[in-house]
Each structure stands twice: as structure tokens, then as C-alpha cells.
Design a protein around this ligand. Structure first.
Ligand SMILES: NC(=O)c1ccc[n+]([C@@H]2O[C@H](COP(=O)([O-])OP(=O)(O)OC[C@H]3O[C@@H](n4cnc5c(N)ncnc54)[C@H](OP(=O)(O)O)[C@@H]3O)[C@@H](O)[C@H]2O)c1
Length: 270
């Protein structure tokens, strides 16, 4: 399109650049926000101006974490204790958030667990526990908040999948099944929510040395098949998840939906 000889896309005001990554005045709900990758993403979003509601089961540390966010970044922050695999607890989270704080424009479904072992060493209840924590939670929490997003015709839903949603690994049947499900949940939600301008994307992290991995960090299998499987040959650092989270949470990602943003040191590239 041409205006006075200038192509429309040449107007600088239509090219906001870095400012489109700002999140000022937006509210983000981050499950599993008390530590690890969830905490790193909470810090990243708060640094871009977002107010943040941290959610995890152990609510003791959440008030202190919320205070740290508010002190460090000058935004508002809250904590709410809930098991996000439990429908009643998610209903409580929704009520608390909508009645006490407001409607989130950003939801990061990050809460997750891993139970490792060969299939014949695991119980069915362990399998279901991983599926329920990693998959039911993402479905329930999204269902809780998407209605308001649709009404406002704006929203950013971000699931935390894994490279193990894209590649297989021995001794991880529950976890890989759960993360593969998250990949497909992401695609289906992206298509379903698109008419309301609500995007849904996933981040697929590779190995990060969080509490989830600490007890197995020195195991030879981890050194060979996780860290050793990355092209960069190392653990990710927590700060290295922040850029992807800020981008997907922000107006900058308006044409990105149904995507897997892989932050794995080149593991899935091999
Ligand atoms: N670290 C990695 O290498 C890696 C790689 C790929 C993907 N991921 C994914 O990244 C996400 C975060 O993992 P992480 O490494 O940061 O693990 P983490 O340090 O163990 O943190 C997990 C978080 O989830 C919360 N949580 C667990 N179950 C919950 C439940 N039922 N309800 C509410 N909160 C719950 C935990 O708090 P409470 O225990 O207090 O509830 C904690 O805040 C997970 O989805 C994980 O699968 C991690």
C-alpha cells in the first residue's frame, strides 16, 4: 500500500521495536512460579513491567517471593497456594485472581514434575500423577482464564513443554507423554482461540539445573543423554529462559501462535 509515495510499512510508528516487548500494566499468572524456571520467567516479566501472581502448592515461600519481585522491579506481585492439577483448587485460584486482583492477559502454565524410571519399575499411579500435574493443570488453568481473555479479545497463553515433548528418552515415559501432550494442546488451543486474538504458544526448554534435576545432575545418564545431547554441551542458565517468555508474553508476538519456541542448546537440532 502506498501513501504519498511511501510504502505503508516504512512508517516508523508502525514499527515499535523494543517497546512492543514491554508489559506495563499487564497481569501475568505463573504456575510453579516459586522457583526454577517459573521464578526466572516471573523475574523476566516483572522486569518488562508486568504485575505477577505466583502460584505453587507450598504457599509459605510465595509471599516472600512476591515481595522480592515488587521490591526489585517496582511492579505489583502476589502469591497464591494451589495444587493446579486439582479442579477445585484451580477454581479457587480463578476466584482469588478475578475478585482480588484482576483478569490476567498472560498465563504461563509452568508447574510440572518428573518421575523417572523404566516402565516396569513405575506404578500406574506415578504415571497418572505426572500426567495430571503436567497436563491437567495446563488445561484447567487455561480454561479458568481464557473466557475473560476472549471477552477482551486479547491474551497470551504460554505452556512450558520440553525438548522431551519433541524427542524420546529412556526412563521417561510419563514425562515425555505429558510434554508431547502439551505440544498438541498448544496447537489445538492456538487454533481454537485465534478468532478472539488470544495466542497460545509453548516453550520447550532443554536441560536446566533446577530442583527438578538436582538429585540426578551428576548421574552419567544425565551427563550423556541430557547435557551431552545439547549441541552447546552444557546446562542452560535460568536467565536464558527469560527472553523467550518475555517475547511470547508481549505484544511483539502477535503473529506467533501454535509455536514451540525451543530453548535447549541445540538438543532437538541433532
Ligand atoms: N529443568 C529442566 O531441565 C526442564 C526442562 C524442560 C522443561 N521443564 C519444565 O519446566 C517447568 C518448571 O520446571 P523446573 O525445572 O523449574 O522445576 P522445579 O524447580 O521443580 O519447579 C517446579 C515448580 O512447579 C510447582 N509445582 C509442582 N507441582 C505443582 C502443582 N501440582 N501445583 C502447583 N504448583 C506445582 C513447584 O512448587 P511446589 O512444589 O511448591 O508446588 C515449583 O514452583 C516444568 O513444567 C518442567 O517440566 C524443565
Amino acid at each position: 500500500m502506498s501513501e504519498g509515495g511511501m510504502r505503508r510499512e516504512d512508517h516508523a510508528e508502525d514499527l515499535p521495536g523494543l517497546s512492543s516487548l514491554r508489559l506495563d500494566g499487564q497481569l501475568a499468572v505463573i504456575t510453579g512460579g516459586s522457583r526454577g524456571l517459573g521464578w526466572a520467567m516471573a523475574c523476566g516479566l516483572a522486569s518488562a513491567g508486568a504485575d505477577v501472581l505466583l502460584v505453587s502448592r507450598s504457599k509459605d515461600q510465595l509471599a516472600e517471593k512476591a515481595k522480592q519481585l515488587a521490591d526489585r522491579y517496582g511492579t505489583r506481585a502476589w502469591g497464591h497456594g494451589a495444587d493446579v492439577s486439582d479442579p477445585e483448587a484451580v477454581a479457587g485460584l480463578k476466584d482469588f485472581c478475578l475478585s482480588q486482583i484482576g483478569s490476567p492477559s498472560i498465563v504461563i502454565n509452568n508447574a510440572g514434575i518428573n518421575i523417572r524410571g523404566a516402565i516396569d519399575e513405575l506404578s500406574f499411579s506415578q504415571f497418572k500423577q505426572v500426567l495430571s500435574t503436567n497436563v491437567d493443570s495446563a488445561w484447567l488453568v487455561t480454561r479458568g482464564f481464557v473466557e475473560e481473555m476472549k471477552r477482551r479479545r486479547y491474551g497470551r497463553i504460554i505452556h512450558i513443554a520440553s525438548t522431551l515433548g519433541l524427542v524420546g528418552l529412556a526412563g521417561r515415559t510419563p514425562y515425555t507423554a505429558s510434554k508431547g501432550a502439551i505440544v498438541q494442546l498448544t496447537r489445538a488451543m492456538a487454533v481454537e482461540f485465534a478468532p478472539w486474538n488470544v495466542t497460545c504458544n509453548a516453550i520447550c526448554p532443554g536441560p536446566f539445573l533446577t530442583e527438578m534435576n538436582r538429585e540426578v545432575a551428576d548421574h552419567p545418564d544425565i551427563r550423556t543423554n541430557l547435557v551431552g545431547a545439547t549441541a552447546l554441551g552444557r546446562w542452560g542458565e535460568l536467565k536464558e529462559i527469560q527472553g523467550a517468555a518475555i517475547y511470547l508474553a508481549s505484544p511483539a508476538s502477535s503473529f506467533t501462535t501454535g509455536s514451540m519456541v525451543v530453548v535447549d542448546g541445540g538438543w532437538a537440532a541433532r
